[in-house]
Design a protein around this ligand. Structure first.
Ligand code: 3PY
Length: 266
């Protein structure tokens, strides 16, 4: 069934998102309800503090409770590289109602194919059909969910290693991959540069531009992680399709530190 991120992709509009690293359904719900400009929210179970089971499921429930205007909840799974044996993480996220998964550090087309297989019901993939939860939270019956899932669940793989950069064309060419998502922090570190501060090193920026072209030449969307509105607007102007704008804990720390500094007269 349709959802905000898929709708933005179909309309060719930049889709802005927020990264949820704080644990708990309350903060996920607050983040998801923060702005009409938000198309997606990711529950980060790789580096964030929310456990996949049952934390991601609880956060997805809270976001779905917003109703039809809810941004699409995505889950970044803990496993990097996605190999056979970690498919249960994707299964759990999707069965809980995630509209898509983000898989960190995918370096080869083979791994990208494994991710697609885990996300798609047969005959396309090998996802098992069993969860009563995912149709219920989106208000559809089981067969409606089954019939629309393969075309609406978004398969997002992160390119953030030299291997991923070298194999980017082959990864983008994998049928069923929807988005190449750039992690500028890990990409910078793995290429031997300092982390973005806030912009990446010039050499890393060249790689980022190349990955954007690779994704678009293959007819795929390209995403990137940013940490400010200004940076996100620049990435949208560059042609990125899926752009993270902020991280939940920043909202808390920025507000608290600003107000405390004002209170202390500094
Ligand atoms: C990165 O920049 O490395 C990411 O994966 C975003 O958190």
């Amino acid at each position: 069934t349709a959802h905000a991120l898929l709708n933005a992709f179909k309309a060719d509009k930049p889709a802005f998102g927020v990264w949820c690293m704080l644990p708990g359904a309350f903060s996920a719900r607050l983040a998801a309800q923060s702005s009409p400009h938000l198309s997606w929210v990711v529950i980060d179970c790789e580096h964030g503090m929310t456990p996949l089971q049952p934390g991601a499921a609880e956060s997805i429930q809270a976001i779905a409770g917003i109703g039809p205007s809810a941004p699409s909840p995505l889950v970044r799974i803990p496993a990097t590289g996605a190999t056979t044996g970690t498919g249960w993480q994707i299964k759990y996220a999707l069965d809980a109602g995630a509209r898509g998964v983000i898989v960190p550090m995918v370096g080869t087309a083979e791994k990208a194919k494994e991710v697609v297989a885990d996300c798609r019901f047969p005959p396309v993939g090998r996802r098992g059909f069993g969860s009563p939860i995912c149709p219920i939270i989106w208000g559809v019956d089981a067969m409606q969910y089954f019939n629309s899932a393969n075309d609406s669940i978004l398969v997002i793989v992160q390119i953030e290693t030299p291997e991923g950069v070298a194999n980017a064309e082959a990864i983008a060419a994998v049928s069923g991959i929807d988005v190449l998502f750039i992690g500028p922090y890990d990409l910078s570190l793995s290429l031997g540069y300092h982390p973005p501060s806030p912009d990446p090193h010039d050499e890393v920026e060249q790689v980022i531009k190349k990955l954007l072209k690779v994704a678009h030449s293959a007819g795929k969307k390209c995403g990137i992680f940013c940490t400010s509105g200004e940076q996100a607007a620049q990435r949208a102007a560059q042609g990125f399709d899926m752009i993270n704008v902020s991280v939940d804990y920043q909202a808390m720390t920025n507000d608290l530190s600003n107000k405390l500094a004002i209170a202390a007269g500094q």
